[in-house]
Design a protein around this ligand. Structure first.
Ligand code: FAD
Length: 477
């Protein structure tokens, strides 16, 4: 038995065939689970369309039977955005995974929305080009999901977010109409920017089915260093110095607390401590250049010497080989896993202006400790774009469940500080269900009104990913 009328089930099965339609609970299990465990889906039907035409027809069938749809990519999001309830149909785009074209003259990639991010990076690299979006989930997440959440990652400081990397989109609208906005244009001043409306919309306005992406010249040189810094303030000043000193060469600039560093090198196998000296804060910096003759190591050594001289750094080491560079990145990227071995972690993927990062950390640590004495701050992240993973590990002796029960209270404390500093409560993963009500409370009321008006204008029946990002009830429902 299903909530869908027999006629609708038959239409969907006929359209998509056995590979494109499933009610198998084993198949559904992986798609109903969300990794952090805060949200669980209950979908009974999942569709795996193989083309834009199939997506459009499936959406039209659901619309005709007044059935809500939840788009899903690699399901790596952590805010309940890609999970469906038992009366909603999941549409997963994993079969639409082609890199359709790499264009070496326009420097573009045209891809289906289900293409895995890493596969796009590799396809570009095969043509000696770079698709710079890079994040921990790149082996699993799909470009459609990256665009729907406006993902950032390690190279935002140099190349921008998913939004900055997208030239055009093809989108299936809630009634099954297809908007063909695929484009290689770098400049287009013809009215409202529809592409930007769908980016970051978390599948609430349309299902992204294809995208045209920007590519760049592949870097020919890379220089990477691990730096001991006395404080986050010094890290921010070091970033400003590095920007001036290296021009546009900074590809990544990550701030790492000593607690986060220690967890990684203690718990993860095969990692070597980069520096012998003790320090409270670390920076991982990477410079890249696509100009064959650039000597980035000289540039970096010179920068580090200046930084030590004026007290912004106390020690530093340059990666002398690809193995050493990988070790540095493994320490940084292993932090979330390593933190898992220290019990419960309450997380905040927030952003503030770069100049306010130190203040966020200072106020956050004091107020978090006032709420939960003995709490262990574990901040790290993309300080170059103000996007900090302001994580907190539980006090060493506290019960894990008792600690996790404080999730909302601690979120509220940190988000208050984020608001005081003019920041954003979501700099990764989006809003989904997790932050929907908080967004409604904290956002500018005019912004909230406009978000709802846009949702109503594009999805008047509230059938596409309902109750994610914004909540509204259509008067006829
Ligand atoms: P899903 O999780 O499946 O879906 C996410 C949202 O997008 C849902 O609302 C869904 O409905 C919607 N959606 C999915 N596909 C489509 C589509 N084709 N059309 C319309 N809507 C769609 N983010 C950062 O910004 N920076 C980081 O550094 C970063 N690091 C991460 C590291 C790890 C280990 C993990 C797990 C996540 C990280 N993230 C980061 C978050 C990451 O960006 C998102 O998880 C990812 O972009 C979502 O892609 P997905 O394909 O898994 O989408």
């Amino acid at each position: 038995m299903s909530f869908l009328p027999e006629a609708a089930l038959d239409e969907l099965k006929d359209l998509l065939g056995p590979k494109g339609f499933s009610m198998d609970s084993d198949v559904l299990a992986a798609h109903n689970a969300e990794a952090r465990g805060k949200f669980e889906g209950h979908a009974e039907i999942i569709l795996f369309p193989a083309s834009t035409e199939e997506v459009a027809k499936a959406v039209a069938i659901c619309a005709a039977h007044d059935i809500a749809i939840v788009p899903q990519g690699g399901n790596t999001g952590r805010c309940g955005g890609a999970v469906a309830d038992s009366k909603q149909v999941l549409i997963n785009l994993k079969r639409m995974n082609r890199v359709i074209e790499i264009d070496g003259r326009d420097f573009t990639a045209t891809v289906e929305a289900g293409a895995i991010l890493q596969n796009i990076q590799e396809a570009a690299e095969e043509q000696d080009l770079l698709f710079p979006l890079s994040l921990g989930a790149e082996g699993t997440c799909q470009i459609g999901g990256n665009l729907a959440t406006n993902a950032g990652g390690l190279n935002v400081i140099r190349y921008g977010n998913a939004r900055d990397l997208c030239l055009g989109l093809e989108v299936v609208l809630p009634d099954g109409t297809v908007w063909n906005g695929l484009s290689k244009l770098r400049k287009d001043n013809t009215g409202y920017d529809l592409r930007d409306l769908f980016i970051g919309a978390e599948g609430t306005l349309g299902i992204i089915t294809k995208a045209t992406l920007k590519l760049f010249a592949q870097p020919k040189h890379v220089a990477t260093a691990w730096i001991a810094v006395p404080s986050p303030e010094c890290a921010i000043d070091l970033l400003a110095l590095a920007r001036r000193h290296t021009g546009d060469a900074i590809a990544a600039f990550e701030l790492i607390s000593s607690f986060a560093h220690d967890l990684s090198v203690t718990y993860l196998k095969g990692l070597t401590r980069p520096l012998a000296t003790k320090t409270n804060w670390h920076v991982l910096i990477e410079l890249t250049s696509s100009r064959p003759k650039d000597d980035l190591e000289v540039l970096l050594v010179d920068l580090l010497a200046q930084a030590v001289e004026i007290g912004l750094a106390t020690d530093a080491t340059l990666a002398q080989s690809e193995a050493q560079r990988k070790n540095l990145w493994a320490i940084r990227e292993g932090i979330p896993e390593a933190q898992g071995y220290e019990g419960g972690s309450i997380k905040h993927d927030v952003s503030v202006p770069v100049s306010k990062v130190a203040e966020l950390l200072k106020r956050g640590m004091v107020r978090a400790d006032a709420l939960i004495p003995g709490i262990r701050p574990c901040p790290f992240g993309h300080v170059g774009d103000g996007n900090i993973h302001f994580n907190f590990s539980q006090p060493a002796t506290m019960d894990k469940q008792a600690y996790l029960a404080q999730w909302e209270s601690l979120n509220s404390v940190i988000h208050d500080i984020v608001a005081e500093l003019g920041g954003s409560i979501s700099a990764e993963h989006g809003i989904g269900q997790l932050k929907r009500d908080e967004l409604a409370l904290r956002a500018d009321p005019v912004k909230m009104r406009l978000l709802k008006e846009i949702k109503k204008a594009l999805d008047v029946q509230n059938r596409l990913n309902p109750d994610k990002v914004v909540s509204f009830k259509h008067p006829d429902h």
